[in-house]
Design a protein around this ligand. Structure first.
Ligand code: DGY
Length: 329
């Protein structure tokens, strides 16, 4: 079948470099120009008869969606490194290739985790609101005191690409780095002097705990009442991974009762909803899932997702194929 015959749907406006690749290679590219999150019904309707889907993390691509597309669906190219929105076994079962965008957002995401760490420890968001409200009437020795960063202990939960980049950037701040992960990361140990410890020890000892694990059954609510009890009262939690890794109600309790000092949060348990009490807390800095949102990085993600999709439709092996077994059979 020629590339010209394939039908592709892009579920939301993505940066132009990605759209350019699709349009240069394919004749039938449909784009949701409304630039809103598709409802389930809209997704199931628009997916019908497709050969390729360029999806976002906001769409649940499960067996039902794949069946709604039909047996000709060959590839789902996710515009994200995380792919917990896609039922990978269901895709593999149906011979559908699934791809993601690893590597290109490592720096942007880890930079943003640092931005949240600084904003949280040094109370920047709250101080900004205060200043704009014209409440600043002169320097005060007790005003907006936060927590030190330089020389403190940074705990990295999940030593994948982004966790390692976060750790590497701590060097200038002369931090002690602990990490917890299933696997030992010798490079991280040699280059940053990081020490692998049990999750509980990391919680006990860290001044900043930064979360970088994917969302899996085993990481769902990894942070719960027990974990927050194990953290220092002066510690901060930073989450740029996936919302459901943190039990949001437990986080609210920990922040309200002073079990931890603060939290910098980019992702939520039930996005785009946010726990109503979390919004009221001054010791939380909240962002709308924008850790990878730089012009350069989002451009690279779009390019990568589009290239993966085109490669799959050409019958080639896409660079970022998550289920190579569909080609091996
Ligand atoms: C991802 O890629 O998984 C992020 O959450 C969004 O960039």
């Amino acid at each position: 079948m020629s590339l010209d015959q394939f039908k592709v749907y892009v579920t939301r406006v993505i940066p132009q470099p990605g759209l350019d690749i699709l349009n240069a290679n394919l004749k039938h590219v449909k784009l949701n120009t409304a630039d809103n999150i598709l409802s389930r019904e809209e997704l199931l309707e628009n997916i019908k008869g497709l050969d390729g889907l360029l999806s976002l993390l906001t769409e649940r691509i499960d067996g039902e969606a794949m069946d709604a597309a039909g047996p000709q669906l060959k590839v789902v190219a996710n515009h994200a490194v995380g792919f917990d929105n896609i039922d990978l076994p269901a895709a593999t079962e149906r011979g559908i290739m699934v791809t993601n965008t690893p590597g290109v957002l490592t720096d942007a995401t880890s930079d943003f985790a640092w931005a949240l760490l600084f904003a949280t420890a040094r109370r920047i968001a709250d101080a900004d609101k205060f200043t704009r409200a014209l409440k600043y009437d002169g320097w005060g020795p007790m005003m907006y005191m936060g927590g030190d960063i330089t020389g403190r202990t940074l705990g990295i939960v999940g030593a994948g690409r982004i966790g390692v980049a976060m750790a590497a950037k701590s060097v200038g701040f002369k931090m002690r780095v602990l990490y917890s992960d299933e696997f030992r990361n010798e490079k991280l140990e040699q280059e940053v002097g990081a020490r692998k410890v049990a999750f509980e020890e990391l919680l006990n000892e860290s001044d900043f705990v930064s979360v970088h694990v994917p969302l899996l059954k085993s990481t769902h609510h990894l942070f719960n009442d027990d974990s927050f009890r194990m953290m220092k009262k002066t510690a901060y939690l930073i989450n740029t991974s996936r919302g459901p890794v943190v039990d949001e109600a437990a986080l609210v309790r920990a922040l309200q009762t002073g079990e931890i000092a603060g939290a910098g949060i980019d992702v939520y348990e039930d996005e785009p909803k946010i726990h109503p009490e979390l919004i009221k807390l001054d010791n939380a800095v909240l962002a709308p899932h924008i850790a990878s949102a730089t012009i350069e990085t989002r451009g690279k993600m779009a390019t990568m997702a589009a290239s993966n999709l085109v490669a799959a439709l050409k019958g080639e092996r896409p660079d970022n194929l998550l289920n190579p077994e569909v080609l091996d059979d």
